[in-house]
Design a protein around this ligand. Sequence first.
Ligand code: CA
Length: 260
Amino acid sequence: MRDDFKSGNGKNLRQFLILILIIAAVIPSSALDYYAFGDSITSGYPEVGYNNTYVFWINSSASAMHSTDGGGQTSTWGLEYIEAHYIPPIANFLIMFGTNDDINGVDPNMTAENLRQMYLYATSKGSNTIILISPLMGHDRYMNRNETLIESYLTNSKVPFIRTYDSIDTVPEDNIPENYNASYYQSDTVHPNISGHRAMGRYIWKNWAKNISIRPSPTTTIPPLPTTQNRDSIFKSGDMNSDIRKGIWSIYQRIILARL
Ligand SMILES: [Ca+2]
């Protein structure tokens, strides 16, 4: 009698586990609404803070995430590593590289070609993809001409882009790169401050929503962004520069949070 009871329990447990596996297989994995891939500007280096970067100001009701180069890398690095950083499904994918290209004297045509190839990659994976032209700097090597050259290249290649610099330059929203506006920048005159990231995010959202058909989220209930406390409990060191930790965090965000 006791063996029968045990046997029955085991059978019930197996049936329960099979049911869980079936449910897990049937429920589609939720896509992230927005994912930004870029350099130290996208990371909010050094003072902005992880969830104050532009991607978190784009659409307050959407789930967002970013991954970055860890600092100082060019668009060539972005093209080489986009596959490693791209973990589908991602509904809307944002790409911002170019500041370090400028600092290192990379030909703007090469920057534009790298951006174009990253765009093609993310698009081929099913993401609604946009190129973000980088903000201006206090020591722009090309006197702001590189933005215009990159835009011309992308336009000829039919690659959509948003002039992110035009949200925080001295004459905003005129489609012209005049000069950087110090009030939107940290003291290094390279990295935008929180006000700059807020302005960039809102500008990106406004222009993207206006010009491009945004793919609706596949989920009816969008998972909330994790709190700083939640993240800190996972990553004790408090920074997100490690590709490994970012990868783990992406998986955590999608598998766990997306199903809450
Ligand atoms: Ca302007």
